[in-house]
Ligand binder design. Structure first.
Ligand code: ADP
Ligand code: MG
Length: 720
C-alpha cells in the first residue's frame, strides 16, 4: 500500500489552475442573501424588519417573515437553487443540514413553495445528535429556528445548489442542543453589560458587539498517503510513526514559498470563500512541514463563528478535489508543532469605537482601562471555565504537553501596559523609552502603543487592540470558547457596574468611584498576568505558587462546567440553565471517552495488522539467513544476532503492551459514572499509547523499508 501510494503521489499532475483574472470584489457575497440582495428581493418593509432584527434585536413578525421567505425564495431560485435547508451546529463539532426541495406536486403540475413556516422553524428530529439527556424519548423532538443575524447563503455543489438558512437547534422545551443558541445569548449579555459601562463615558453608545477574527491552522496530506494510514483516516492523527531525520528544526517551512499544488488549493478555497462572504485575507506556510494557516478579516462573533465552520467544511470538501486531505486535528504528528485556532476578540461600539483600543484623551483612556482591567479580572475568575471551553481529547495534545500554549491560563499584556497598570495602581506616571510620559489618566492623554515583541507562548495575549485567545484547538467550534469569554466578561462588567453605582450612591463622584474600583479589581486579578516564557518549568512552579490551575487533561478540565463559578457566570446570567450545563458536561465527557476508545482500537489494529506482520516477516528472514549461513559453514556474525534479538524484544513488548491496553479498556468500560470512566480512560488507556508507540516506532526504524506498509512521516510531510 505504501509503495503504491508513493508512486501515486510522484505521478500527480497539477490539474487545477486558474486561468484568467479572478475579481474577488465581484465574487464577494455572490452566494449570500446580503444587504444588496435583500434590497433587490424584499419589500422596503420586509427589508427594514430584517435589518432592525439584526441591529436592534427586534422580532420579525409572521407577516414580515412571509414576505422575507417569499423574497428569499425568489433570490435562491434566481441563483439556481433547487432545495433549502436549515443549517445548524449540533454538539458533534460539525455542521448539520437536512434538505427539502422547493418544488411540490400540485394539481398535476409542480410548483415552488417556501413559506414563513419553512423559513422560521423546522423539526428535523435529528434524534441521533448528542443531547446529554435533555431529550427524553417520548419528547425527542428537536427544532431549528432561524437566526436572522447570520445571512442565508447558497451552498454550491458540482451538481446542485442549496439555500442554507443559519439556525439555532433547541429541544421541545427550548434547551440548547447546539453551539449557536448559547453564543447568541452571550453576545446579547455582553452587549448589554458593556453598553451600560459605556454610558459612564460615551453617551451616544447604544450597543456593543463582540468581534472575532479567527486564525486557522491546518495540515495538508496527499490523499493516497492519507488512505494508506488507518490512523489518519479514523482518528485524524497518526498514532505511530518515527520522527523523520529532518522535521521543522531548520525553520525552512515557516513563511516559505507555498508549493504550487497547495497554492492552487488555497486559491480555490479563497474563491469559494469569497462567494460565501468569508473575508479571507491572509495565507502562509506555518512552522511545521505540511502545515499552513489562513485568516479572515474580523467580523461580529456570530458571523465569524459561522464563517469559520463554513470555511472548514469548504476546505475539507475542496481538499478532495485537489487530491489532498486537510487535517484540522490539533496534533496530527508527534514531534512537530500542532495546530490552533487563534481567536482574536474585542468589543466594538455601534459608534465604531474599539473598546480595547487605547485612547488619546483621559476619558477614552479610562474607558479603555475599564474594559481592559475587567477583562483581565474575568479571565482570572473564569480561568477554569475558559480552560474547559477549549478542552477536548485532541487539544490535550497541545495544552500542557510542552507546546503552545500551556494548560495554565494566564494573560500577556506587554511591558508598556504592565508599566501603565503599575503606574495606575501607584498614582504615578509611566513613560516610554523616549521618556515620553504616558498615562496617568489625568495628566497624560495618550497610552502609547506597545512596540515590544509578541509573546507567542501566552494562551491569552493582548495584541494592541484585541485579546488573542491562542489556546483554542484547530478543530474546535469557536462558539464554545467565545460563549465562555463573552459571558465571563459580561458577568464581571455587571459586578463592576454594581460596585461603582453603589459608591456613587454613597456620594463618591463617578470618576473617583471608577478609578478606585478598578484598582481594587486589578489588585485581585494580578496573579493571572504573566509576561515570561509560558513553556518553562519555572512558570509551572511559579503558577502553582500563585494558585493558578494547571489542568492537563479534559477529563478533569470539564468539571468547571458544573462548578459554582459556572453557576455565577452562566446560569445567573441566563446563558445556560443548570440542566444545559450538565448535559454539555456529559456530552463532552462522552465524546472524550469515545475518542480515546476509538484511538485505542485503531492502535491495537495497527500493531497487530501493520506493525507486527512485517516485523515478524523480517525477523524470520534474518533468522533463515543466519541458519543458511551456519549450514554452509559461514560465520553469521554478532551484528545479525543482535538485530534479531532487538527486533524480537520490540515485537514482544509491542504485543504485551497492546494486550495490556486492551485489558485496560475493558476495565475502564466497567465504570458506570461517565466522569470516572473518562478519568480511567485518561489514566489507564491513553497513558499506554506512548509506550506502545515507542516499540512500534523502533520496529519501523529496524525493519527493511521494502516491507513496511504504513507511509512514513517523511512521506506524509514532505511528498507533495
Ligand atoms: P496580528 O498580526 O496581531 O495577529 P492580524 O492583522 O494578522 O494581527 O490579525 C489577526 C486576526 O485578528 C485577523 O483575523 C484580524 O482580522 C483580527 N483582528 C484584528 N483586529 C481585530 C479586532 N478589533 N477584533 C477582533 N479581531 C481582530
Ligand atoms: Mg495573530
Amino acid at each position: 500500500m505504501r509503495h503504491q501510494a508513493i508512486k501515486t503521489v510522484s505521478n500527480r499532475k497539477n490539474t487545477f489552475s486558474h486561468k484568467g483574472n479572478v475579481s474577488f470584489t465581484k465574487l464577494y457575497n455572490f452566494n449570500v442573501f446580503d444587504d444588496l440582495a435583500m434590497r433587490d428581493f424584499l419589500s422596503k418593509e420586509a427589508y427594514e424588519s430584517v435589518t432592525k432584527s439584526v441591529t436592534e434585536g427586534k422580532t420579525i413578525n409572521r407577516k414580515m417573515a412571509e414576505h422575507v421567505a417569499s423574497g428569499m425564495k425568489q433570490w435562491a431560485l434566481s441563483k439556481g437553487a433547487t432545495h433549502y435547508t436549515h443549517w445548524f451546529q449540533p454538539l458533534t463539532g460539525s455542521t448539520a443540514e437536512k434538505h427539502d426541495s422547493f418544488w411540490e406536486p400540485s394539481g398535476g403540475k409542480a410548483v415552488e413553495k417556501f413559506s414563513a413556516g419553512s423559513l422560521v422553524q423546522q423539526e428535523p428530529d435529528a434524534s441521533s445528535l448528542p443531547n446529554g439527556g435533555l431529550r427524553n424519548t417520548f419528547e425527542a423532538r428537536g427544532y431549528t429556528a432561524w437566526d436572522p443575524s447570520s445571512p442565508a447563503f447558497i451552498h454550491e455543489n458540482s451538481t446542485g445548489k442549496t439555500l442554507c438558512i443559519p439556525t439555532v437547534f433547541v429541544s421541545y422545551n427550548g434547551e440548547a442542543l447546539d453551539y449557536k443558541a448559547p453564543l447568541l445569548k452571550s453576545i446579547k449579555l455582553v452587549d448589554q453589560a458593556a453598553t451600560e459601562i459605556c454610558k459612564y463615558f460615551l453617551k451616544k453608545v447604544t450597543s456593543v458587539k463582540p468581534s472575532l477574527g479567527i486564525e486557522q491552522e491546518y495540515f495538508l496530506v496527499d490523499e493516497a498517503m492519507f488512505n494508506a494510514r488507518p490512523d489518519l483516516m479514523m482518528c485524524g492523527r497518526t498514532l505511530v510513526g518515527h520522527a523523520p531525520a529532518k522535521g521543522q528544526q531548520m525553520d525552512d517551512h515557516y513563511f516559505g514559498a507555498i508549493p504550487d499544488r497547495v497554492f492552487n488549493y488555497m486559491y480555490e478555497v479563497e474563491i469559494e470563500a469569497a462567494k460565501l462572504g468569508i473575508p479571507l485575507k491572509t495565507r502562509h506556510n506555518e512552522v511545521a512541514p505540511g502545515q499552513y494557516e489562513c485568516a479572515p478579516m474580523f467580523e461580529d462573533v456570530n458571523l465569524a463563528v459561522d464563517h469559520n465552520q463554513l470555511l472548514m467544511d469548504l476546505m475539507d470538501h475542496l481538499a478532495h478535489k485537489h487530491h489532498f486531505r486537510v487535517l484540522f486535528h490539533e496534533k496530527p504528528f508527534a514531534g512537530i508543532n500542532g495546530s490552533g485556532k487563534h481567536n482574536n476578540w474585542s468589543l466594538i461600539t455601534n459608534t465604531g469605537t474599539n473598546l480595547l483600543s487605547p485612547g488619546s484623551d483621559p476619558n477614552s483612556n479610562l474607558l479603555f482601562l475599564t474594559i481592559f482591567i475587567n477583562t483581565i479580572k474575568a479571565l482570572h475568575d473564569n480561568a477554569d471555565i475558559i480552560r474547559a471551553s477549549i478542552a477536548s481529547a485532541s487539544n490535550d495534545h497541545r495544552l500542557g504537553a510542552n507546546e503552545a500554549p500551556p494548560a495554565i491560563i494566564s494573560a500577556f499584556i506587554g511591558s508598556k501596559l504592565t508599566d501603565v497598570l503599575n503606574a495606575f495602581l501607584s498614582d504615578s506616571t509611566a513613560s516610554d523609552k523616549d521618556d515620553r510620559k504616558s498615562i496617568y489618566i489625568d495628566t497624560i492623554p495618550e497610552i502609547f502603543r506597545d512596540n515590544t515583541d509578541r509573546n507567542r507562548t501566552s494562551p491569552f495575549a493582548f495584541t494592541g487592540n484585541k485579546f488573542e485567545l491562542r489556546a483554542v484547538g484547530s478543530s474546535t467550534n469557536s462558539a464554545q470558547p467565545m460563549t465562555a469569554l463573552n459571558s465571563a466578561v459580561a458577568n464581571q462588567l455587571i459586578l463592576f457596574k454594581q460596585a461603582v453605582d453603589q459608591a456613587i450612591e454613597n456620594g463618591t463622584d463617578q470618576k473617583t468611584a471608577i478609578v478606585s474600583e478598578l484598582k481594587q479589581v486589578l489588585r485581585s486579578a494580578q496573579s493571572i498576568l504573566f509576561e515570561g516564557n509560558n513553556y518553562s518549568e519555572e512558570w509551572a512552579s511559579e503558577a502553582a505558587k500563585r494558585g493558578l490551575s494547571n489542568i492537563k487533561n479534559t477529563a478533569e478540565a470539564l468539571k468547571a462546567y458544573v462548578s459554582d463559578q459556572a453557576e455565577a457566570t452562566f446560569v445567573k446570567n441566563g446563558v445556560f440553565t443548570k440542566e444545559e450545563l450538565h448535559a454539555r458536561f456529559e456530552i463532552m465527557l462522552e465524546e472524550y471517552i469515545k475518542k480515546i476508545q476509538i484511538e485505542g482500537r485503531v492502535l491495537g489494529d495497527l500493531v497487530y495488522t501493520f506493525i507486527l506482520p512485517p516485523a515478524i516477516e523480517y525477523l524470520t528472514s534474518l533468522a533463515q539467513n543466519v541458519k543458511a549461513m551456519k549450514d554452509s559453514g559461514l560465520n553469521a556474525g554478532v551484528a545479525q544476532l543482535h538485530l534479531i534479538a532487538e527486533i524480537a524484544e520490540h515485537i514482544d513488548q509491542a504485543k504485551a503492551k497492546t494486550d495490556a491496553m486492551v485489558e485496560a479498556r475493558r476495565l475502564a468500560n466497567l465504570e458506570s459514572d461517565s466522569q470516572k470512566m473518562a478519568i480511567a480512560y485518561h489514566k489507564t488507556v491513553k497513558e499506554t499509547f506512548d509506550d506502545i508507540r515507542y516499540h512500534a516506532d523502533k520496529l519501523e526504524q529496524l525493519v527493511d523499508d521494502k516491507m513496511w506498509q504504513l507511509p512514513k512521516y517523511r512521506e506524509l510531510l514532505f511528498l507533495k
